[in-house]
Design a protein around this ligand. Structure first.
Ligand code: SF4
Length: 397
């Protein structure tokens, strides 16, 4: 749920390194109405955000699993800040405060009549963790987990945290590489693709309502802004003009469009909008936001302007909540597909005319990616292959 959508591999790597068999790590299933009805009913607390309210169903599902699938520890970290490829280029990478505080808030719903955790003999841990600030993470996790993981030491926590970051880097590098392959194919064939600008939790089918999945069924590849390729050659091509003109200090700089760059997900949405505006084969952008999201509202106009001024099609679903109006969504998706079919060739040609020559997506499709990672990442972890080697070494494989 929520921030776990972009950090799950850190937690799997971290817990595995602590000696927990990965087969004994269980995630709740995707958000659904049935999950909320069956497990979250009557557990609601005061939060007004639909994505946060959904957590009651996730907690209930994990607490009330059948005997043979029972868990003994529910880990629900309060993630204060997030890893991001923009770290070091933006003011901060903080999580939405509602999302960050949600674990304690939702827990209250399972304590108000009786202690459901005690009833099912399940321990609960919600360590506060600043994932954008690796040096302090071991101490935070040690303090937050030492009472629920017997005999845990700071040293083993430190080494498990390192492996958690490595696992996350491997996963991110792999998905970014897939995104690059999608772009290379589109560039080679001069075909359009779409970009989703949303929060990672909109990948949850019960929160994002699978809008992008419906569009893929029309044959349009879909990229998510969180997993764009961050290779130096590509970023130099995409943002080269801006760098030369002095509008930005690095390809990851968003100060030209968003000076108060404190929120990780917001920063990535703005960066994704800039990227989409400059890459010819991204012919359309789909903006998703949850109903009355206080974090997203200030970004609606800048994001739309950045995208539309480049000639890229922009479609937005800004009021997503529990309801999935299947009929209305179908009509809108048909409309998007119609516009893409009618206009994408002209959009691609117009955007190409404004680009620098020698696009690396076409020039060398077999190149080894020179991945650019956030500052503070260990040097050996920046190249996906060396990350993989390090990871295998830790797994004895
Ligand atoms: S809807 Fe917006 S304010 Fe609410 S939890 Fe999500 S990001 Fe935060």
């Amino acid at each position: 749920m929520l921030n776990l959508w972009s950090t799950h591999q850190f937690w799997v790597g971290f817990l595995t390194a602590l000696g927990i068999d990965p087969r004994r790590i269980a995630f709740s299933s995707a958000t659904s109405e049935e999950q909320a009805r069956q497990f979250g009913k009557g557990r609601g607390t005061v939060d007004c955000c639909y994505p946060v309210k959904c957590i009651s169903g996730h907690y209930g599902e994990l607490l009330m699993r059948e005997k043979h699938r029972k868990i003994d520890l529910l880990l629900s970290p309060m993630i204060y800040s997030l890893p991001s490829c923009l770290n070091g280029h933006v003011a901060a990478s903080l999580a939405c405060p509602r999302v960050m505080a949600a674990p304690e808030n939702i827990k209250a719903g399972f304590l108000k009549e009786k202690d459901v955790f005690a009833e099912h003999a399940i321990r609960y841990a919600a360590p506060l963790v600043s994932l954008a600030d690796p040096p302090i993470v071991p101490q935070q996790l040690y303090q937050g987990l030492k009472n629920v993981i017997p005999a845990l030491t700071l040293d083993e926590t430190r080494s498990a945290v390192r492996e958690g970051y490595t696992a996350l880097e491997i996963f991110n590098a792999r998905v970014r590489r897939r995104s690059r392959e999608v772009l290379e194919r589109c560039a080679r064939e001069d075909k359009p693709c779409l970009m989703v600008l949303a929060r990672p939790y909109h990948m949850d089918p019960g929160i994002g309502h699978e809008i992008e999945v419906e569009l893929r069924a029309y044959g349009y590849p879909v990229l998510w802004a969180q997993y764009l390729p961050a290779d130096a050659d590509l970023l130099q091509w995409v943002f080269g003009e801006d760098l030369r003109a002095g509008h930005v200090r690095s390809p990851f700089d968003i100060a030209d469009v968003w000076p108060s760059s404190y929120s990780a997900n917001t920063n990535e949405i703005l960066w994704g909008a800039k990227f989409a505006a400059r890459v010819p084969w991204i012919a359309g952008v789909i903006r998703l936001a949850s109903y009355e999201c206080g974090m997203d509202q200030p970004t609606y106009t800048p994001v739309q302007q950045i995208v539309e001024r480049s000639g890229t099609l922009f479609f937005s679903f800004q009021d997503l909540d529990s309801t999935k109006p299947a009929g209305a969504l179908k009509i809108r998706i048909e409309t998007i597909a119609y516009y893409l079919e009618k206009h994408s060739s002209a959009i691609i040609e117009a955007k190409k005319a404004a680009c620098l020559p020698d696009c690396p997506l076409i020039r060398d499709t077999r190149r080894e990616s020179a991945s650019v990672s956030a500052p503070g990442t260990p040097r050996e972890a920046r190249d996906p292959d060396s990350i993989r080697r390090a990871w295998r070494a830790t797994q004895g494989a």
